[in-house]
Design a protein around this ligand. Structure first.
Ligand code: ATP
Ligand code: MG
Length: 282
């Protein structure tokens, strides 16, 4: 196998028969840093969650998964996929306002060219889910919001409309399923690509805590940052005096204490179990 790429969290290989092997490590990132130590089982949990979602979405959009029969060293944490020609747009849907969307809204009342009503705050639910695409930034740079017209310029009107529709359909289906299980899907990013026949196919990972914001429904309270389902303990600890870390410095964050690692692992397990209704290793 040929090593193609390593992101902050995943490693990508190409097999001899031209398939991609996407391996999710146990690495965790926060504030754009990869942290130490790893979160045990995180890669398996996120891979299994993504596979579960691909199945739930099978009637919404075809996906790139070929097989989970992978070399033993990657068991559970890797997927063999069809190689797609990726669409050069990060397809984001938002049902709630926060993060970069909130910053853009506060500046000009508009997110990726979509005007929103006045009076929204951090964590507000939007009147309806919106498509807020962004550029795929080269390594080390941040994705920039795109207007719908920019997407049309990039891929043409027909493809742009299909990207928008698929992204919103995935969001709406995902949000509905998550809500029944006590989780708000605030927003999500999907990646689509063209297969050999020119069809649009869902690639990458889908509806994981690394590609989406999950909020515990019972703690949702607009007007403040929402607790998140995955990295809340990590972020809280890193920004607390206990960690001794200055986020504005160039210093890498200190190693996470065992307790934070364990609670974070528990949180990922809980998200997986709540969503899928399965026992993790049960
Ligand atoms: P990070 O996510 O750490 O910010 P990254 O996006 O470069 O960085 P990964 O997400 O690990 O790192 O990389 C996965 C890469 O594989 C992405 O560029 C994604 O667009 C691409 N990809 C996902 N699925 C497919 C596929 N089926 N065919 C081709 N490329 C794919
Ligand atoms: Mg990525």
């Amino acid at each position: 196998m040929k090593h193609l790429h390593s992101g902050k969290v995943r490693d990508l290989y190409e097999t001899d028969d031209g398939l991609l092997l996407m391996v999710a490590s146990d690495r965790i990132s926060a504030f754009d840093h990869v942290l130490t130590p790893d979160i045990p089982d995180k890669g398996v949990i996120l891979t299994q969650l993504s596979l579960w979602w691909f199945e739930q979405l099978a009637d919404v959009v075809p996906n790139h998964v070929v097989s989970t029969d992978v070399p033993a060293e990657f068991a559970g944490r890797a997927v063999l996929c069809r190689k797609l020609r990726m669409v050069p747009v990060e397809c984001v849907a938002r049902g709630y306002l926060t993060g970069s969307g909130l910053i853009d809204y506060r500046r000009e009342g508009v997110v990726s060219g979509v005007s929103l009503p006045a009076g929204l705050t951090d964590g507000s639910q939007l009147p309806e889910a919106i498509f807020t695409p962004s550029t795929k930034a080269p390594i080390g740079q941040h994705d920039q919001p795109m207007t719908y017209d920019q997407v049309v310029e990039e891929v043409g009107a027909d493809v742009a409309e299909r990207l928008r529709q698929i992204t919103l359909d995935v969001y709406v289906r995902g949000a509905e399923i998550a809500r029944e299980r006590g989780i708000i899907l605030a927003d999500t990013k999907i990646e689509l690509g063209w297969d050999a026949d020119g069809g649009l196919v869902l690639g990458d990972e889908v509806l994981t805590p690394d590609s989406s914001r999950f909020w515990p429904l019972e703690e949702w309270q607009p007007g403040r940052p929402q607790p998140s389902f995955d990295k809340q303990f990590v972020r809280n600890w890193l920004t607390s005096p206990e960690s001794g870390w200055d986020r504005s410095s160039d210093e890498p964050p200190p190693p996470l204490p065992d307790e934070i690692v364990e609670r974070t692992r528990q949180r990922y397990v809980e998200a997986y179990e709540r969503l899928t209704g399965r026992d993790f290793r049960g």
